[in-house]
Design a protein around this ligand. Structure first.
Ligand code: PRP
Length: 205
């Protein structure tokens, strides 16, 4: 299910990310701001259980997370969203998942580090770009085969082709984006897009 988030500051920071004159340091700052604005709605579905806490004066009712979420940043570009999500969900685990696309644009996993029991926890996949959907479909397929059932995706910018693929193949995944752009070009880049989010964050191809 797709949710296109609507917030004026999200639109402003996304515009800065698109700007070709935004350098890597500024790109990382704007991406972090986008992540913080996305974290609240993406994490809103987290389950809580009642608890009590001792204030300096008395006992007070409160809430605790039913389960700590697992953030799954897709390397490299997803790294730029991790701190933002940890800022509001500091008890979350972080399981890095390394993916690259080979010459035929097929996603290849080169790194993963999931902790025991992770699949039973709420999962939040972090990747700023959803283009063809090939990478995200590979990630969601892996999560599904491992038994993950509660999966949200924070993808800043998407192409219609990628959204359609994910909605067709993984309709249960909750997909959050800041914008859906026009189309993919012949090199499978999102147009108008923002270029390559990994390259722009880190200044390396
Ligand atoms: C980008 C992006 C996604 C993927 C999207 O990563 O961060 O992971 O491409 O493309 P798709 O929807 O067509 O699969 P990239 O492979 O460029 O790696 P990087 O993060 O290391 O730059």
């Amino acid at each position: 299910m797709l949710t296109v988030l609507d917030h004026p500051l999200l639109a402003v920071h996304l515009t800065a990310l698109r700007d070709r004159s935004t350098d890597s340091a500024a790109f990382r700052r704007h991406l972090d701001a986008v992540g913080r604005l996305m974290a609240y709605p993406v994490l809103k579905a987290l389950g809580v259980v009642p608890t009590t806490v001792a204030t300096p004066l008395a006992e007070a009712p409160g809430w605790a997370l039913a389960a700590d979420p697992v953030l799954v940043p897709i390397l490299r570009a997803g790294l730029g969203l991790v701190e933002a999500f940890l800022a509001v969900a500091p008890s979350a685990g972080v399981s890095h998942l390394g993916l690259y696309r080979d010459g035929a644009h097929r996603p290849v996993v080169y790194f993963e580090n999931f902790p025991p029991g992770w699949a039973a926890r709420p999962i939040v996949v972090l990747d700023p770009m959803l283009a063809t959907g090939g990478s995200l479909a590979a990630v969601l397929g892996k999560l599904s085969r491992c038994g993950a059932r509660d999966v949200a995706v924070a993808a800043v910018l998407a192409a219609p082709e990628g959204v359609a693929r994910i909605e067709r193949e993984y309709p249960a995944a909750r997909l959050f984006v800041a914008a859906v752009d026009g189309h993919l070009n012949d090199d499978d880049f999102i147009v108008p897009g923002l270029g390559d989010a990994g390259d722009r964050q880190f200044g390396t191809p």
